[in-house]
Design a binder for this molecule. Sequence first.
Ligand code: ZN
Length: 95
Amino acid sequence: MACKCFKDLEEKATEQVLEGYKEGSYVEDSVEVNWQGGVFWLDGAEHAPMNLKINIKLRQLKKNKEPRTRDTNNELAVYMTYCPLCGVKFKEDEE
Ligand SMILES: [Zn+2]
């Protein structure tokens, strides 16, 4: 791994959250840590554990040019080639 930023951040965030709970007040095995927009990669290369998400909203027009009552949301995932926390480039493959 080029850097441990995400792993370190997960550990610090988890520690901080768990400090808010008294010992013995939760099931220890129930603690799950997930990134919003998280992605699993199977190619063996280095990646951020999630993609940036960008949402582009618009109001479509009907055939009669009246605006539709609801907006249309278009969500795109942006792949990161560099760690956004330390700036190290992720390796393309394991070699
Ligand atoms: Zn990093």
